[in-house]
Design a protein around this ligand. Structure first.
Ligand SMILES: NC(=O)c1ccc[n+]([C@@H]2O[C@H](COP(=O)([O-])OP(=O)(O)OC[C@H]3O[C@@H](n4cnc5c(N)ncnc54)[C@H](OP(=O)(O)O)[C@@H]3O)[C@@H](O)[C@H]2O)c1
Length: 261
């Protein structure tokens, strides 16, 4: 939410006291500019590292960097996202491919790479959207996405089915909405629920993963007419990044509250 940032990592020894935040951006120049602006505003515990979530070698470099330099991380915010505007000339098939690749597959690949580095009490915040509600899908698809037995492999296969249906123009007749962005965010929520189950089984102490909608925010994506400032949009993601032990896990949050998916 903070200009060019995609994700923040905090290295904490005591809540709110000793931490380091990494601003990650795919464009080195813009990322460094955002980082420098934040430093000038007095944020001395900010650093920058490049990351393109759609490039697995870029994700690998980040993982190696964190592992080598810090040995783990305490907070991961998966914020990177794209949405084709209404005036876009891209075909729906292209929109589906690209949007699923960045929003869903990017989040999945970053998570699979970095979740093993989470320390006890870590927090993961996936930034979704209320455009990614289950009710926008057919009942059959709703059941598949919300199944408690859904695995990552199943989910990837379902998301690929959406892209294939978009390519043949059969997505609406197959129960999908006409919004690649919405489907990508449905996939992110299903992923959040799987991650919650897997982290609980992993035996790691008190790791909490949730998804939130930041609201309609005045960012490049949200535009100037949006209701919320960037700082207001960052409120729920930051709230989730600092949840105390025993907090809800695998849930959909909006305005700091759990809402129905
Ligand atoms: N704004 C809203 O009203 C709103 C509402 C609901 C949900 N959200 C969600 O909130 C999150 C943040 O959105 P925003 O409003 O801040 O949008 P934004 O202004 O468009 O920012 C999105 C950021 O994601 C980055 N990004 C895109 N593709 C990437 C990639 N392959 N690798 C790394 N970074 C990539 C963009 O980098 P570049 O600058 O290089 O393009 C940009 O900095 C998104 O997940 C969005 O879906 C936003």
């Amino acid at each position: 939410m903070l200009r060019n940032d995609q994700m923040y990592m905090m290295r904490q020894t005591v809540w709110h006291v000793d931490y380091l935040v990494y601003v990650l951006a795919r464009d080195q120049e813009r990322g460094e500019k955002a980082y420098q602006e934040m430093q000038q505003q007095g944020c001395s515990n900010i650093r920058f590292h490049a990351l393109d979530v759609s490039d697995t070698s870029s994700i690998d470099k980040l993982k190696t960097f964190i592992e080598t330099k810090y040995g783990g991380l305490d907070v991961l915010v998966n914020n990177a996202g794209i949405m084709f505007g209404q005036s876009s000339n891209a075909s729906f098939a292209e929109q589906a491919r690209e949007t699923v690749k960045v929003n869903f597959t990017g989040t999945l690949n970053v998570s699979q790479s970095l979740l093993p580095l989470l320390r006890p009490h870590a927090r993961v915040v996936n930034v979704g959207s209320q455009l990614g509600k289950l009710k926008n899908l057919s009942l059959d698809l709703q059941a598949k996405f919300s199944s408690d037995d859904l695995t990552v492999e199943d989910l990837v296969s379902i998301m690929n089915q959406f892209v294939s249906a978009a390519e043949t123009g059969s997505h609406t007749s197959s129960g999908w909405p006409n919004s690649a962005y919405g489907v990508s965010k449905v996939g992110m929520m299903a992923l959040t629920r799987i991650q919650s189950r897997e982290l609980a089984k992993s035996g790691k102490e008190d790791i909490v993963v949730n998804l939130c909608c930041p609201g309609w925010v005045q960012s490049d994506m949200g535009g100037a007419k949006a209701h919320l400032s960037v700082d207001e949009g960052a409120d729920t993601p930051v709230f989730l990044a600092l949840l105390p032990p025993g907090s809800p896990c695998g849930q959909f949050f909006f305005k700091r509250e759990v809402i129905q998916w």
